[in-house]
Design a protein. Sequence first.
Length: 202
Amino acid sequence: MKKLEMALCALSAGLLLTAGCSQTAAEIRIEKFSSYSSEYRGVEAKITAPVISGLSIPKLEEELNAEFSGKALKLTEQYTTEALKLLADKSTEDGHLGYEMGYEIPVNNEKVLVLDLWQMNIAGSSSTTHNFYTFDKAAGTQITLKSLFNGKADYIRVLSDQVRSEIRKHMKKESGAVYWLAPEMPEGFSSIKPDQNFYLND
């Protein structure tokens, strides 16, 4: 949800800036680790996985790199499965499927580095999912929403209240705009997840 990301970005960026840090920025690097491309009878794959280095916690670095590679492998296997189905199919009808994965660095300043690992599935229409990873360059660690608050703070409630407030502001400004927001809409937004996808944009 775009409005949710906007609200989380604005609030969490402010929290990071108030924390302050005098450490020297870590040499966090994100580079291309692997690349796979293939096409068979209308089924196409373009899959690139990144690798991260320079984090201050080796175990975290290993876990993240395993996660990145795992996503790439899973997508490659999905492509292979569909391609093999076509190989076994004796008809002349081709498929219309695409599996893509890549990464971008939307933010890279003296404080934070953000990795956007995206995946696109194409089957008639296309859908794209984004997984954001935000890193504190001074500490050489990954930033989570929980890490932006002290141990006793109810960060889920605080951020959820902020998001609801931002959504209501947009609803008032944009005449005729409709947003899915609970309790007015039972299926609408009510709370962020403990591991909510987010990134810092400043």
